[in-house]
Design a protein around this ligand. Structure first.
Ligand SMILES: CC(C)(COP(=O)(O)OP(=O)(O)OC[C@H]1O[C@@H](n2cnc3c(N)ncnc32)[C@H](O)[C@@H]1OP(=O)(O)O)[C@@H](O)C(=O)NCCC(=O)NCCS
Length: 193
């Protein structure tokens, strides 16, 4: 049995479980990365769907114990409902990513809880100083989530990407360890506020 077939539990919250990706995730991931509603603000926007081969290669790569990135499958109510992780990890910082692929799990605080688990891992376990991300300027839901998590917009990347012939702006957002500690103590796990 290969490493990709033995999911390791990484982090557990009240409603959310984060584990290593496994081969059984590939079909759902394929569905999400072919869904224009989900990919609308992702780098894949306007460029069709992600091939199944690429999804399987990704699962094998990130399941290796020496993988330089932390990729997680997000589970809620016993189902695989999204994915995310920390990539571009160096000694001080990492990039956060998060996708809730199952529509019925959006808008319920699941992304918030999964992101809090990843941020706790980044700041406490890995001892990083900063977590950053890049988000499309018109991705209102994502901006709202990240600002609620304490991220601040610190660099506007004008016309960073062209989607269907239209230039779109992106924001680089960052969260410091100190700001995360403040947010962590302030918010209620029940409401995320
Ligand atoms: C961006 C994305 C991750 C945001 O997910 P989301 O489901 O909106 O975020 P949450 O799970 O935190 O849900 C937020 C809502 O749940 C509510 N909520 C309920 N219980 C909550 C709790 N315990 N904690 C936090 N929020 C809670 C919030 O009030 C909020 O509602 P509101 O939008 O009406 O204010 C999601 O839309 C997505 O995956 N999109 C496609 C991929 C994508 O664009 N990813 C980002 C790339 S940068």
């Amino acid at each position: 049995m290969s490493a990709a077939e033995v999911p390791r539990l990484i982090l557990c919250g009240e409603r959310v479980k984060l584990r290593t990706p496994q081969f059984q995730d590939a079909d759902r991931s394929y569905k999400w990365f072919a869904d224009p509603e989900i990919t609308r603000y992702l780098p894949l926007a306007g460029r069709g769907k992600l091939p199944m081969d690429a999804i399987r290669e990704f699962i094998v790569r990130v399941s290796r114990s020496d993988s330089p990135e932390l990729a997680v499958s997000i589970e809620a109510e016993g189902e695989y409902i999204g994915c995310g992780g920390l990539r571009n990890i160096d000694c001080e910082s990492a990039e956060l990513s998060i996708i809730i692929g199952e529509h019925r799990f959006q808008g319920r605080g699941i992304a918030h809880e999964a992101a809090m688990l990843l941020l706790g891992h980044a700041f406490r376990t890995l001892g990083l100083k900063t977590v950053w991300l890049i988000v499309r300027g018109d991705n209102q839901r994502a901006l709202k989530l990240f600002e609620r998590l304490g991220f601040v917009r610190n660099q506007l990347l004008l016309g960073a990407v062209v989607v269907d012939g239209e230039p779109k702006d992106k924001w680089k957002m960052t969260l410091s360890r100190e700001a995360f500690q403040g947010i962590e103590h302030r918010i209620s796990p029940a409401t995320g506020r």
